[in-house]
Design a protein around this ligand. Sequence first.
Ligand SMILES: Cc1cc2nc3c(=O)[nH]c(=O)nc-3n(C[C@H](O)[C@H](O)[C@H](O)COP(=O)(O)OP(=O)(O)OC[C@H]3O[C@@H](n4cnc5c(N)ncnc54)[C@H](O)[C@@H]3O)c2cc1C
Length: 413
Amino acid sequence: MVQSVAVIGAGLAGLRCALLLKEAGIDVQVFEREHHVGGRMKTEKVDGFLLDYGFHVMQTAYPTSQRVFDFEKLDVQAFEPGAIIVQKKNEKAKFWRMADPFRRPIQGALSGLNRFASPIDLLRVARLRFAVRKGKTEQVFEGGNKDTLSYLKQQGFSQSMIERFFHPLFSGIFLEDDLRTNERMFRFVFRMMSKGDMVLPRDGIAGAPNQLAQRLGKDRIHLNSDVSIVDDTTLDIKGQTKSFDAIVRAFNANQVNEKRHVWTLHFNAEQSPLNSQHVLLNGDVKMNDGLIAHLAVPSDIQPEYAPAGRSLVTITVVGGRADSLGLKTAPEIEAAVRKEAKLWFPDSSLNWQLLAVQHIEHALPEVGSSRPLLATPHRQDFECGDHMLHGSVEGALLSAEAVANAVLVHLRD
Ligand SMILES: Cc1cc2nc3c(=O)[nH]c(=O)nc-3n(C[C@H](O)[C@H](O)[C@H](O)COP(=O)(O)OP(=O)(O)OC[C@H]3O[C@@H](n4cnc5c(N)ncnc54)[C@H](O)[C@@H]3O)c2cc1C
């Protein structure tokens, strides 16, 4: 007889787990309380613009993503490696290009020499890159287990390099303002950035979970279904109980306790404020009232993100940074963002029309240095999701694969 499994949650983890179970011949049913699949990886269409839920990218070097996604069918396009860094000087903006600190550190070094990175910093970037790239991915999860800031200091980077480059980049990735994230996570992301591209799918970030949902088949996914678990094999679905051979929980029941939050502002602009396909990092984000971590123009990478003749400007403000400046509401954040952006783009930013301010609470799980971050997820019943490993596409997929295997072993016994 065909065995049946219920998966609760149609985020990336739930979809991946369900797909593996389906491929193993299990009758799998996915229950999702929202009206869409993808969980936190979602995209909304507003006035012809594709607005992702927060600035959200895929990394082509993530090993599990390489196996799971068909990047070609997603029609992904890449950001230029490296970054532009903006700094305020005498009330004027100065833009520096960090050409490619990951893949071409020496060239990157030359372009970064001007202000914030010393030649020694740039040699250290090259040394770090060499160290994290060698060996298997699992190796970056070995060794030290401190926070990222302590790790960068231990590596000998100058304060300027940390504050003006690492901080805006990695606080915008980890969605926290202290670089308190476990150094192992830093090494993992640094390795991935140095090995692959940061890309956007043509249909927005939701294209990724949608690809998995399509493979799974619509008939197995039940949207608008906020279910509860009665026991190990029984679900309560809108007041009706239903039995399965196993139940997988593909969501974080304690998500409300996750403190990392982010404000994302999307603007409709007449034209792109950038003249290259980089992400713009705010080198002043740790100074005085610096607020924006980074700015990107997704429509420069994927024209589908904006209607013809317009550009989409997406700005990331890390929640902890806004908190420390006492900014709590969308109008306060918008006003402060506009003030900072006006200094960078005095003419063009005045005409940016606000499309949305997204406040994403409980955005990522805490991955601090208080417990060792391992290369494989910890197991707890049949539970998967990024909170079981680390807050990333890779973390969600790996935990899903581990649980799917555990369920199959359980059903065989
Ligand atoms: C702003 C932001 C930016 C990010 N940027 C990146 C990035 O650039 N690169 C990267 O790798 N990662 C990024 N991430 C992380 C990545 O999005 C997540 O790690 C991943 O989407 C987590 O997937 P998940 O399936 O574990 O959880 P979720 O996406 O949270 O899915 C859980 C699902 O369970 C559903 N659910 C919960 N309770 C119930 C219930 N009782 N009944 C039915 N359904 C239920 C929820 O509605 C949800 O759909 C970002 C995250 C955010 C928020």
